[in-house]
Design a protein around this ligand. Structure first.
Ligand code: CA
Length: 320
């Protein structure tokens, strides 16, 4: 077997984050070398607590957790927290006991910088929340963008409406300034937007199958999924839930699940379209210099093999 791909998951757990973390731990193709935490679905302190808790559930307390930023890249403290999607505890209002473990002393950004320099070109960062920690890593070490292998991120709404408001997707909206730093950094970036993840639905029938499984991850997910299903039933006309974070994680595990285009992404940081991701396909050479000119290209996913993603999610959650 070829060497497993090293991944660090930057996460705000979060019900679909929990699912993505479990799937990663059940994926022989990858080795999870750390979790870094960020605000988003919950505040950062609770994200750290939940990350430690999820690793204890999985029996993987050997994996370090590094706590991330409590504020945006511009030191903003007025954060948007999506606890109405995930429950006030971020994990379906189950009031799990506090974890026994603690995060490491290093900050998330320092951990990202260190690991990327220890294994140049080998570490994939899977970013499942606002991009503050990744932007901080980029700003603190100019070598980070070359040392990191790839950044696969859940973020953006490319040519579709957002999920915070018509303009913005939640992770980008959480820290648009950080997102613009990341998209224009020159790192190898693959963005999975909600134009893609809205094609991947875990249905009520899939949930019933999870409930019938004796697998520990399937059982745990069924415990916390209720709040997430209720939110989707209220907010969308779908019979099921969107698999944002699991799809992004699996795109990192198996890139053939998606197709992408390449171009320049800029993020709107002010005004009513704050958080908008705007992709330039480089098909026109504009006469004037634009805010997209001379910026490095990134990869933006356009299609996904949704049946295969759902199949992999189900297999990996039920096989333990
Ligand atoms: Ca997330």
């Amino acid at each position: 077997m070829t060497e497993r791909k090293k991944i660090i998951i930057d996460t705000d757990p979060g019900i679909d984050d929990a699912m993505a973390i479990f799937i990663a731990l059940q994926s022989p193709e990858v080795e999870v070398i750390g979790l870094t935490t960020i605000y988003g679905n919950v505040y950062t302190a609770l994200a750290t607590r939940n990350a430690l808790h999820l690793l204890e559930i999985a029996g993987r307390t050997d994996i370090p957790v590094a706590e991330g930023s409590h504020v945006t890249i511009t030191k903003g403290t007025k954060l948007r927290i999506a606890d109405f999607v995930h429950g006030t505890d971020g994990l379906g209002n189950q009031n799990f006991p506090p974890p026994k473990g603690k995060p490491i002393e290093q900050s998330a950004a320092d951990f990202l910088v260190e690991q990327a320099s220890l294994y140049p070109g080998e570490v994939t960062v899977v970013a499942l929340g606002p991009l503050t920690n990744i932007a901080l890593a980029i700003q603190s070490d100019p070598a980070f963008i070359k040392n990191v292998g790839q950044i696969v991120l859940l973020g953006g709404a490319f040519s579709v409406n957002g999920n915070v408001n018509p303009a913005a997707e939640a992770n980008i909206f959480g820290d648009p300034d950080a997102a613009d730093v990341v998209f224009t950094s020159g790192a190898d970036i693959l963005a999975i937007g909600i134009n893609v993840t809205h094609q991947v639905v875990l249905t009520d029938a899939n949930r019933d199958t999870l409930a019938e499984s004796s697998g520990k991850f399937a059982q745990y997910m069924c415990r916390i999924l209720d709040v997430y299903f209720s939110y989707h039933h209220d907010a969308y006309s779908t019979k099921g839930v969107y698999l944002h974070d699991p799809t992004t994680l699996l795109a990192a595990v198996n890139p053939s699940l998606i197709t992408y285009v390449e171009g320049v992404v800029r993020v709107q940081t002010v005004g009513i379209t704050r958080g908008l991701t705007l992709f330039y396909n480089k098909q026109k050479r504009f006469g004037e210099v634009t805010e997209w000119s001379d910026k490095p290209s990134v990869k933006v996913a356009v299609t996904v093999d949704a049946p295969s993603v759902v199949k992999m999610v189900m297999e990996r959650l039920t096989s333990s």
